[in-house]
Write a protein that binds this ligand. Structure first.
Ligand SMILES: NC(=O)c1ccc[n+]([C@@H]2O[C@H](COP(=O)([O-])OP(=O)(O)OC[C@H]3O[C@@H](n4cnc5c(N)ncnc54)[C@H](OP(=O)(O)O)[C@@H]3O)[C@@H](O)[C@H]2O)c1
Length: 298
């Protein structure tokens, strides 16, 4: 197995901790249940986790706005959604460019119910191997992308009246890790998680003052079998030892359905026995940071 540690203490994701835990595998099924329809903007929606989240929310009756830089992949996800009777809009653009983000958010309409920031890129490099451009790009898509999308989406999220709103950052186990080959990616994903915590704090204050409740979560997956790894030649992944994108999307869906849930509750109903859901060191005191990984993850 070629699985370098993602900076997670071994006890956090151990095989022993997964065995015998939880109940029978939960079917990964959604049903249309959103009345009146809700709207989500999803970045990185042309592939992997973002696409899986878009498919799940659309299957439940959400309008989804799909963001990314590659028209063909976005069109393919939108076509799948529309063929199944769902509503999807495509906005081609870069989350690190404010003008592109403005078009993305505008496509959501006058109000929004969820913003999910899944756009990202990664690498497995030491500081000596990592060049400035890769560092900048990794940091900018994770952190500047989180900032620009949240800043521009917030007025529309605040204006919504259709229950609570959500901002969900797809962070990483690397957000809390210290692996030597993640000085760039781990720093970027750590900052993205921290961004979520600060924003959550502001949203709590706003809700106390009478504003719309807007829940902010960071979902922190271990290795997921997605196109992400095609751009990372330094590492081989073994798909059978990875999470599936749909399993990360399942966590997002659970959070939206029950924002007060926590890692312990989700661990009881995890999507398959091999998945471990835990609090994420060193962020154990925050219920809104949820880590998940295949049990084989070191
Ligand atoms: N796969 C894993 O093992 C893993 C583990 C933990 C966390 N994550 C996180 O999960 C998120 C989703 O990754 P994934 O695994 O689903 O990989 P993925 O399939 O490569 O998805 C990443 C998406 O981000 C988009 N993107 C990248 N840079 C962008 C930019 N500047 N502006 C707009 N869109 C951009 C890409 O589309 P375009 O290139 O077309 O723009 C792509 O659709 C990432 O934030 C990643 O850090 C992944």
């Amino acid at each position: 197995m070629n699985h370098p540690a993602w900076g997670t203490p071994p006890e956090v994701f151990s095989i022993a901790s997964a065995r015998g835990m939880g109940r029978t595998v939960v079917p990964m099924k959604s049903s249309p249940d959103v009345t009146p329809p809700k709207t989500a903007v999803i970045t990185g929606a042309g592939s992997g986790i973002g696409a899986a989240i878009a498919l799940r929310l659309a299957a439940r009756g959400w309008k989804v706005v799909l963001g990314g830089r590659t028209p063909a992949t976005l069109a393919s996800v939108a076509a799948q959604i529309r063929q199944a009777g769902g509503v999807a809009e495509v906005v081609v653009g870069d989350v690190t460019k404010a003008a592109d983000v403005a078009r993305l958010i505008a496509a959501g309409g006058p109000t929004l119910d969820a913003l999910i920031h899944s756009a990202g890129k990664g690498h497995c490099l030491t500081i000596d191997e990592l060049d400035e451009q890769e560092f900048r790009e990794t940091l900018e898509v994770a952190v500047l992308g989180a900032f620009l999308t949240a800043k521009q989406a917030l007025p529309k999220l605040r204006a919504g009246t259709n229950g609570a709103g959500h901002i969900i950052q797809i962070a990483s186990l690397a957000s809390g890790g210290t692996w030597n080959k993640e000085v760039g990616y781990g720093t970027a994903k750590g900052a993205q998680l921290k961004f979520a915590l600060h924003l959550a704090s502001q949203m709590e204050e706003e809700a106390k003052a009478g504003g719309r409740t807007i829940h902010v979560h960071a979902v922190c997956p271990g290795t997921v079998d997605t196109p992400f790894w095609k751009a990372i030649p330094q590492r081989t992944i073994e798909p059978q030892l990875c999470l599936k994108a749909a399993e990360v999307a399942w966590v997002v869906e659970q959070i939206i359905d029950n924002p007060a849930t926590n890692a312990e509750e989700l661990a009881k109903i995890r999507p398959r026995h091999e998945i471990v859901i835990k609090r994420h060191a060193p962020f154990e005191r925050w219920n809104n940071v949820i880590a998940l990984a295949h049990e084989s993850h070191p």
